[in-house]
Design a protein around this ligand. Structure first.
Ligand SMILES: *Cc1c(COP(=O)(O)O)cnc(C)c1O
Length: 351
């Protein structure tokens, strides 16, 4: 495709996006196709000779739309909200056009710096405690991840390294690998499926604790569970509290859970994947006392903030914990500004 054709194709697609937006209200939200419908509409083998962009363009309505769930429709009430917006679409386009990869400051300074600035903006808008922000004096900061699921797993892996090192220091004769088998994480039985999955992926026992009549996890329940585990020779390590559960938007009781986590050296992660965005509104700030006890906090602009999937932000109070847990040094990854710039590659999914 040459640049003339690219411009024609891309402009047609922009018009298509606007037409799609305008047609949303009239489209049936749920597709009525059967599994395997798409393979009947396209060739079995990749064509030897590419089709013109116009033919491909026509496939949008012929092949794609019949099997598209219209998440942005005003009549869509399933799963969770996932709207985007025109500026967000343009941002995706520009980013695809530039095609950079920002694993370190040096690999594309604008990417790292824009991420630092905008993540601080968002943190301030949410009213997060100062310690979570890159612009504070301390080691706190935020980083964009693909999904809330990833942030829960990152918290788990950081907690695992941190706890294993601490226990090893206190008990030099213990093997770090053995310590890791004894670590336990806790969450409520209302937490998102991704929380239980983080336990599976990170090989840590995940206890799904019962909740009170408001579907909220309470301090006494957590305390009882960790005492029981301690008696059995296990090591409490990680707690995931939810602000806004997926089923009922319940809030765990952070003011009770927070001090217990801090006193027992357990990493407290707050999963506020979708309800967290509501904290931008001052009238909902009463829901946030207790965030100050957390080690990490996550909310996803791809849910309520008109941003394309995938954009989920993780803030940590002490970014050194992630750096110590995840840094891999290679000669080709070092640069002169490494001590004065954040290196997002540390928790970038690839490197
Ligand atoms: C949506 C949601 C998740 C999962 O979010 P992804 O970004 O899709 O991984 C986790 N926790 C809660 C409370 C959610 O609402």
């Amino acid at each position: 495709m040459d640049k003339v054709e690219f411009k024609e194709f891309a402009k047609a697609v922009i018009d298509k996006i606007v037409d799609y937006e305008d047609s949303l209200r009239d489209r049936k939200v749920i597709p009525d196709v059967e599994p395997g419908y798409l393979s009947k509409l396209v060739p079995k083998e990749a064509p030897e000779k590419g089709e013109s962009w116009k033919e491909v363009f026509d496939d949008i309505e012929r092949v794609i739309m019949p099997g598209t769930m219209h998440w942005k429709s005003p009549n869509f009430h399933a799963y969770f909200p996932s709207p985007n917006s025109y500026p967000s679409v343009v941002g995706e386009l520009l980013s695809a056009g530039i095609g950079g990869i920002g694993f370190s400051w040096l690999s594309s300074p604008a990417m790292t710096e824009l991420e630092v600035v905008t993540v601080n903006w968002l943190g301030k808008m949410l009213g997060l405690p100062e310690e979570f922000l890159n612009c504070s004096q301390g080691p706190g900061g935020g980083v964009i991840q693909g999904s809330a699921s990833e942030t829960t797993l990152i918290g788990l892996l950081a907690a695992k390294e941190l706890t294993a090192k601490r226990i090893k220091k206190e008990n030099p004769d213990m093997d770090e690998a053995i310590i890791k088998t004894k670590l336990v994480a806790y969450t409520s039985n209302q937490s998102n499926s991704s929380v239980e999955k983080a336990g599976l992926l990170g090989s840590m026992t995940m206890r799904l604790l019962p909740v009170d009549e408001n579907c909220s996890l309470r301090g006494a329940t957590l305390l009882e569970a960790i005492e029981k585990d301690r008696k059995a020779g296990l090591i409490p390590c990680y707690v995931i509290a939810t602000l806004g559960t997926t089923s009922t938007c319940a809030f765990d009781n952070l003011e009770e859970l927070g001090p217990i986590c801090n006193e027992n050296n357990m990493w407290l992660h707050i999963d506020a994947a979708y309800a967290g965005s509501a904290l931008i509104c001052p009238e909902y700030r009463y829901l946030m006392p207790g965030i100050k006890y957390a080690d990490s906090f996550n909310t996803s602009p791809h849910k309520w903030l008109l941003t394309n999937f995938d954009c989920s932000v993780l803030w940590v109070k002490d970014s050194r914990c992630l750096i110590e847990a995840f840094t891999i040094e290679r000669i080709y990854l070092t640069h002169d500004f490494i001590s004065s710039t954040p290196d997002y590659r540390v928790i970038f999914n690839m490197l």
